[in-house]
Design a protein around this ligand. Structure first.
Ligand code: SF4
Length: 306
């Protein structure tokens, strides 16, 4: 059990352990686009990706500083903290010339109270020059890089139009690990036509990478996406909340104990949510996960130490 009493190693507790207090994440839209949208890799983007580029809580208006200060006003009061991680969330946050990346990341690091940076991107947008700069940043601040893998299965990757292969993910994860840069992998649970075995295989695979973190989202069909249009014409089976919780609690048995769990459910814009309806109540999903883990005496990594 971790310090918060959870049976998995969660991000909030880990940050509290490292920094000695609550650290809040501020989600920033750095004005990036994505190669899967601008034509370099594809024009339509991933099938589940909304108009805001998988970052629904940011405001495109304003500089990094302006956006951060706006959020501090809201979040700072809620969390009673003065320590922040700036999270570059929308679209692909390393998809720009290096001087633009430097300008944005340095602006973030100069803000008072900022103790770290989280950068969401794709593995095919991390060339050696960028990794070299990230290595430099990693020595100066608490840095992690988030990669949207979603599934290890090729048929799913084709269906969701991810636009890069598992080999590219593996290669970049190795490069980042070699530079001791923390990597967080995103997986989506409940993608069309995946079985629970397929999903558990993806979780096990990411668990074996030896990386720092795992972020699990429930599939989230949002009104402004191609996935919604597909679903209207080809309604596929949506996981029930009980099925989702069962997959998560089973999957966590195969995640190494030291891996940090960043998220265990979705957190999209409720006003755009079509299915699954239950995913709109994040707290209820988390409390069911906690309850089932306790009832069945499940904890993170238990099947790796038998
Ligand atoms: S890589 Fe990310 S930003 Fe780009 S289309 Fe896919 S989900 Fe959207």
């Amino acid at each position: 059990m971790d310090l918060s009493g959870k049976r998995y190693n969660n991000l909030n507790t880990e940050l509290k352990r490292i920094f000695g207090k609550k650290v809040a994440k501020l989600s920033i839209d750095g004005g990036f686009t994505c190669p899967n949208r601008d034509g370099k890799v594809g024009f339509s983007g991933c099938i589940f990706c909304g108009e805001r580029g998988a970052g629904e809580f940011t405001s495109r208006r304003g500089s990094v500083k302006e956006q951060a200060l706006e959020q501090i006003k809201i979040i700072g009061k809620k969390w009673h903290t003065d320590s922040y991680i700036i999270y570059f969330q929308n679209f692909t946050n390393t998809y720009a010339p290096l001087d633009k990346l430097k300008r944005l990341y340095e602006e973030a690091l100069e803000l008072p109270g900022v103790v770290g940076l989280a950068i969401a991107t794709r593995p095919d947008c991390l060339d050696d020059e960028i990794i070299k700069y990230l290595k430099e940043l990693n020595a100066r601040t608490f840095l992690w890089v988030e990669l949207g893998l979603q599934s290890i299965h090729e048929n799913t990757s084709d269906f969701i139009r991810r636009g890069y292969s598992l080999e590219v993910y593996d290669m970049v994860v190795n490069k980042l690990r070699n530079e001791s840069i923390r990597v967080v992998t995103h997986l989506i649970i409940g993608l069309p036509y995946e079985t629970s075995e397929d999903i558990i295989e993806s979780i096990k695979y990411v668990g074996r990478t030896g990386t720092w973190g795992l972020k699990i989202h429930s599939l989230y069909i949002q009104r402004d996406t191609d996935l919604f249009r597909f679903y209207m014409e080809n309604p596929f089976r949506i996981l029930t909340k009980d099925e989702y919780v069962e997959i998560i609690t089973e999957g966590l048995k195969y995640v190494p104990k030291e891996m940090i769990i960043h998220r265990l459910t979705g957190d999209g814009d409720k006003s755009l949510l079509v299915e699954p309806k239950w995913s709109g109540d994040k707290l209820s999903v988390i409390s069911q996960i906690d309850r089932i883990m306790k009832e069945k005496d499940i904890y993170q990594g238990q099947n790796l130490i038998l």
